[in-house]
Design a binder for this molecule. Structure first.
Ligand SMILES: CC/C=C\CC/C=C/CC(=O)SCCNC(=O)CCNC(=O)[C@H](O)C(C)(C)COP(=O)(O)OP(=O)(O)OC[C@H]1O[C@@H](n2cnc3c(N)ncnc32)[C@H](O)[C@@H]1OP(=O)(O)O
Length: 290
C-alpha cells in the first residue's frame, strides 16, 4: 500500500517526456548510446560538434536516450562526450541570443525536461567528464550521482560572467553538491573550477588520467549498488531529490515567464551578444582566420 502510494507520487513527479519524440533535422546522431552486454551499463555520449552545446534537438535526444535506458533495464548510465576536449559547452548561445520567442519557449521547456529526466533517472548515474563543462554542461554533470573528471579541464556555473543569473533550480543542483557558502561564492563569481579545484571542493568525486579510466571509475561506482535492491534504491534517490524537483515542477510556467523576461531584457541581450562575439573571435584567432 505504502509502496504503491510512493510509486504513484513519483509517477506524478516524473516530467512529461513521452510527447517529445522528435527527430533531429540533421542525419548525424546527436547522442550515441551503447549498452555493455556484460555489465549492463549504458554509456550515453553527447555528439554534437563542435562543443556539444545544448539545442532543442540534442536535449530531446538525451531525454529519449534516458527513457530508453530506463526501459531496457540497464544497470546504470554513464554520461560522457564523444568530443575529447569538451564535455558540454552548456546551452547553445544561438538559442538565447536574439531568440525567436516561440522557439525560446520550447527551448526552455526542453531544458527543464532534460534536467528533470537526468536528475530523476531511476538507474544509477555517473558523469565521465572528459572535457570542459561550463554552465549547462556543469548542470548535466551535477544532475548525475557521481563525477569523474579528466585533468586540465574546467567546470562550473559561470552564468554571472556573461551577465546571467542561473535559474533557481540550476542553483539547487549546485547546492546539492557543494556546501552552501562555497556554492554562493562560486555562483556569484561565475567561477570555473579547474579539475584539481573541483576535486578539492567536492564538485567532482575523482580524477582520471584518461577517458577509459574515467569510464572504468564510473562503472565501479555503478557496481557499488549491486547489493541494493534496484526499486528501493531508485525510490530512495527520488525521495531525497524530491524537494528540489518539486520546486521546479510546481512552477514551471513561472520559471518560463521569469526566463523569458530575463533573456529578452536588452541589457542581457547586449551582454550575451558581446560574450558570444568574443567566443567567435577567439575561435577565429585560433584557426588563424583573423
Ligand atoms: C532566468 C534565467 C535565464 C537565463 C539563464 C541562462 C543560462 C545559461 C546557461 C548556459 O549554459 S549558457 C552557455 C554558457 N556556455 C559557456 O559560457 C561556454 C562557452 N564556450 C567556451 O567557453 C568554449 O567554447 C569551450 C571551453 C567550451 C571550448 O573551447 P574550445 O575547444 O577552444 O572551442 P571554441 O571556444 O573555439 O568554440 C568552438 C566553436 O563553438 C562555439 N561555441 C562555444 N560555446 C558555445 C555555446 N555555448 N553555444 C554556441 N556556440 C558555442 C564557438 O563560438 C566556436 O564557434 P565558431 O563558429 O566561432 O568557430
Amino acid at each position: 500500500m505504502l509502496r504503491s502510494k510512493i510509486l504513484n507520487r513519483i509517477r506524478l513527479l516524473k516530467p512529461v517526456i513521452d510527447r517529445r519524440c522528435m527527430s533531429s533535422a540533421s542525419k548525424t546522431p546527436l547522442t550515441l548510446l551503447e549498452v555493455d552486454d556484460k555489465s549492463g551499463i549504458a554509456t550515453l555520449s553527447l555528439n554534437r560538434p563542435p562543443v556539444n552545446s545544448l539545442n532543442i534537438d540534442l536535449m530531446n535526444s538525451i531525454i529519449e536516450s534516458i527513457t530508453e535506458i530506463e526501459g531496457n533495464k540497464s544497470r546504470g548510465l554513464i554520461l560522457t562526450s564523444a568530443n575529447d576536449r569538451v564535455f558540454c559547452a552548456g546551452l547553445d548561445l544561438n538559442e538565447l541570443h536574439k531568440p525567436n520567442q516561440e522557439r525560446l519557449k520550447e527551448f526552455w521547456a526542453v531544458f527543464q525536461d532534460v534536467w528533470l529526466a537526468l536528475h530523476l533517472c531511476s538507474v544509477p548515474t555517473a558523469a565521465a567528464i572528459n572535457g570542459h563543462a561550463p554552465a549547462g554542461g556543469c548542470l548535466l554533470a551535477t544532475a548525475c550521482e557521481y563525477r569523474v573528471m579528466l585533468p586540465q579541464m574546467t567546470i562550473g556555473l559561470n552564468e554571472t560572467q556573461f551577465g546571467y543569473m542561473a535559474p533557481k533550480w540550476v542553483m539547487l543542483s549546485y547546492l546539492s553538491v557543494l556546501p552552501r557558502r562555497l556554492a554562493e561564492r562560486a555562483l556569484t563569481q561565475g567561477k570555473l573550477f579547474t579539475t584539481a579545484e573541483a576535486l578539492d571542493v567536492g564538485l567532482v568525486d575523482e580524477i582520471a588520467a584518461s577517458k577509459e579510466e574515467a569510464l572504468a571509475k564510473c562503472s565501479t561506482f555503478i557496481d557499488s549498488f549491486s547489493k541494493a535492491n534496484p526499486l528501493a534504491r531508485s525510490l530512495t534517490k527520488k525521495q531525497i531529490r524530491e524537494p528540489d524537483v518539486q520546486k521546479l515542477i510546481a512552477d514551471r510556467a513561472g520559471d518560463l515567464k521569469e526566463c523569458l523576461e530575463y533573456i529578452n531584457s536588452p541589457l542581457l541581450q547586449d551582454g550575451l551578444g558581446a560574450y558570444f562575439e568574443a567566443l567567435k573571435q577567439k575561435s577565429r584567432s585560433k584557426a588563424g582566420k583573423s
